[in-house]
Design a protein around this ligand. Sequence first.
Ligand code: SIN
Length: 284
Amino acid sequence: MTISIRRLNGALGAEVGGVDLARPLDAATADAIRAAFVGHAVLVFRGQDLDPAAQVAFTRLLGTPERHVLQQFALPEAPDVFVISNVKEKGQPKGAIRAGQYWHSDLSYTARPTSASLLHAIRIPSYGGDTMFAGMAAAFDALSPTMQGMLDGLRAVHDYTLAYETFFSRFADRPPLTAEQKAAVPPVEHPLVRTHPESGRRALFVNPGFTRRIVGLAPEESRALLDFLFAHATRPDLVYRHVWRAGDLVMWDNRSTMHLAVADYDMDEPRHMHRTSVQGDVPR
Ligand code: SIN
């Protein structure tokens, strides 16, 4: 299989052509995809006709699939597939509604946050519903050496319940976490700057969705520094915006990006996606 790789912008993202992900990949193609993934952080594969089993099989090429704490939104026949959807059946959402409509890095609130996430677009609205990706390694590189030095060694607390306090609590159609789900995701601490285990590149590792505070700073110092870092990391030159087509499979590296699902579409139009994820390492 000969694949093509075309960069999508200056900071991150590439479109990969010439691959049918529903078929078994030869070793050279799988290696080329893994290398492109580490190099570009976001990979776009257009026109993929993938059933859940094929998506899970491709996900396994990158590591061990992991399951989300909201298991009520997993496919019963393929529990590694997490459904993100605004489609309702008898008034009940068929998947996690309003998922990721704030900047975040998947499962940064766990001890071993997701390395790769893979999102397959099944149904998309007639306009809007794009996903934006911010390059956190490019954001780190764009800081002054003095600021980089100040951030080195800092740690931050990540907490899933923050997203419920600041975002989901506004919407009646997004069920709150159960006591059991909350207990499964206690707050965790991670370095504020992490080193990518494969590329060795350093990246900011904080996000507005889940980062509650920087350890050791006064609340107002922590807020000011986090707000600066979030504004810096989401500069237009550091962001790739993906305009979905049905059949797209987009995979991103949560170790060096954060992302946001843009909530600008008509909620009466279906936006239905299947996500799989790979468990990552302890950030260092
Ligand atoms: C997510 O945060 O994984 C959801 C992204 C999207 O729906 O575009």
